[in-house]
Design a protein around this ligand. Structure first.
Ligand SMILES: Nc1ncnc2c1ncn2[C@@H]1O[C@H](COP(=O)(O)OP(=O)(O)O)[C@@H](O)[C@H]1O
Ligand SMILES: [Mg+2]
Length: 230
């Protein structure tokens, strides 16, 4: 479960998030929808720990995100928070945020192997399984530099899911994806939801993600303005 408590973030004079309060339950898919610049990516970055909020806090499965700097902020602001441990980054979380940084000269499988914390037979099988799940061939020798945009995106998806995270944060995962890949990814998202994962998908297009989502949160100007249930 993800809890976002009164999270604000301002860049210069430009508020990206204004006291956002929301929570996300396991076994559900949430859509985060709104025009470019409304704060979707910033919210996801605060949840995974890539960005620190100015005020407020995030917990993922009881873990306060942001480690010591979050604790310092809460102390400074005399804010009370409910958590049972802390970490710099969200534990057991797979993310697609911005372009995944693959090495162009390696094959897809070798990129995934490189990104895995531990290598060995079992882990290699996980990477291969993740590739097959998104319709990529683990034995494909073509270097990633020669992949189409859709293939790169699918590899990004494989990377996000290969370590079986409890939480998945997918920022604009369908951008420039062809219909066939989209079908496969939709199937995979539904399967992960049924396994009890907490899944967030951000998109500027409600159309692209509506059918994947149980709940859609509509954002405007750094605020969640509306919530619709599927
Ligand atoms: N690193 C950054 N530095 C300065 N401004 C930023 C940064 N990241 C986001 N912003 C600003 O914060 C607002 C929200 O951006 P973002 O979260 O990327 O929105 P979305 O993902 O919905 O398009 C925008 O006005 C954007 O220009
Ligand atoms: Mg964005």
């Amino acid at each position: 479960m993800i809890e976002v408590k009164k999270v604000s973030k301002t860049y210069g004079a430009n508020p990206a998030l204004k006291e956002v309060d929301c929570s996300f339950l396991p076994g559900r898919v949430y859509g985060l929808v709104g025009p470019n610049g409304c704060g979707k990516t910033t919210l996801m970055r605060c949840i995974c720990g890539f960005t620190q909020p100015d005020s407020g806090y995030v917990t993922v499965n009881g873990c306060l995100i942001g480690g010591r700097s979050a604790l310092r902020r809460l102390r400074r602001q005399k804010a009370r928070a409910v958590y049972d441990r802390t970490a710099d980054f969200s534990p057991a979380t797979g993310v697609i945020i911005e372009e995944p940084g693959f090495l162009d000269h390696l094959s897809g499988m070798n990129n995934l192997k490189l990104l895995m914390a531990v290598s060995g037979r079992r882990e290699e099988e996980r990477a291969a399984r993740a590739m097959r799940a998104v319709g990529l061939d683990p034995d494909e020798k073509k270097p990633v530099g020669k992949y189409s945009l859709g293939m790169r995106q699918r590899l990004g998806f494989a990377q996000a899911v290969m370590e079986s995270p409890d939480v998945l944060l997918l920022d604009e995962p369908f951008n420039a994806m062809d219909t066939h890949s989209m079908e496969e990814v939709h199937g995979l998202i539904a399967q992960l939801r049924d396994e009890g994962k907490t899944i967030l998908i951000a998109s500027h297009s409600a159309e692209d993600i509506r059918r994947a989502c149980d709940t859609v949160l509509h954002m405007e100007g750094g605020v969640i303005v509306r919530r619709t249930e599927a």
